[in-house]
Design a protein around this ligand. Sequence first.
Ligand code: 13P
Ligand code: SF4
Length: 336
Amino acid sequence: MKISSVEDIVAETRRKGFVQEEVDPTLDLFAEIAELKRSKRAVILAHYYQDADIQDIADYIGDSLGLSQRAAETDADIILFAGVHFMAETAKILNPHKKVLVPDMNAGCSLEESCPADKFALFKQKYPQHKVVSYINCSAELKAMSDVIVTSSNAVSIVNSFPKSQPLIFAPDKNLGAYVSKVTQRPLLLWDGACMVHEIFNHRRIAELKAQHPEAELIAHPECEETVLALADYIGSTTGLLRYASQPGRQSFIVATEPGILHQMRLKNPGKTFIPAPSDHACACNNCPHMKLNTLEKIYLSLKYEAPELEMSQELISRAYLPIRRMLDLSAELGL
Ligand code: 13P
Ligand code: SF4
């Protein structure tokens, strides 16, 4: 298709999910994006799994909890979300009247996909006494069917906030659910979903690497399988891993999560050693293919054309708001 007008760009963006236009390679994208942010009163929220250059132009970099808290607070007119679709949806639910831009609408999530809302509704019907605790990595439809949302930073504390006698469903991540169940010592009815990035770590190869680097601590995200978590010296969300690695006196780490986090780990801790944990295959499979769809060029074009814009029905926003609000309020009460 020949692109000749803004209308063409909007039509093509709808079709492809991102703005397609050749970007002049001599442009200083850092300066251009900074100017667009200033003139449009836009804020860029980026997850730790983004490429280093995207983290460098972001106004805020964080884990899923930090990003939702920041989205709830911002007074910017436009939020550009450098992350994946469910994160942008959360920002929109918290800011129904703001423009939320997603540089590439195709940036999904295997956890979200593993739990289709219609199948979950049937599952939930079978357990009318259970309350539903859903990991934020899910669709807005699933959030709307949940009693409370959690992230990897607050899942243990929020599950503990329910009376022990209250039966709970935990969706959609079975690995995080099993970890939370173990720490809280209460049974959780788990949905059978998983993150394609964290499931791929190989515990045997990690054990070999630990033997080669006995000085290194294994730090792992709770989306990893139990066999990997069993080897870990510390388990936490991306923010938790970064804080742990930044403690004085700790020097060397094998990192079992998406390697985007290594950028901040190295920036904040010059002189410390960070070794990415090996996966099952000799490939870069631990890069999240969804997160990595975002590029500096797409962010520039997205801000320039204010597209693709995330649109959600007011009805869905209203249904999904309360479980997210509960999470934010409980996190504030718990000092998280
Ligand atoms: P956190 O941001 O809670 O660490 O979760 C990691 C993740 O997989 C986000 O998609
Ligand atoms: Fe989803 Fe896993 Fe990618 Fe996070 S890292 S967005 S959970 S696929």
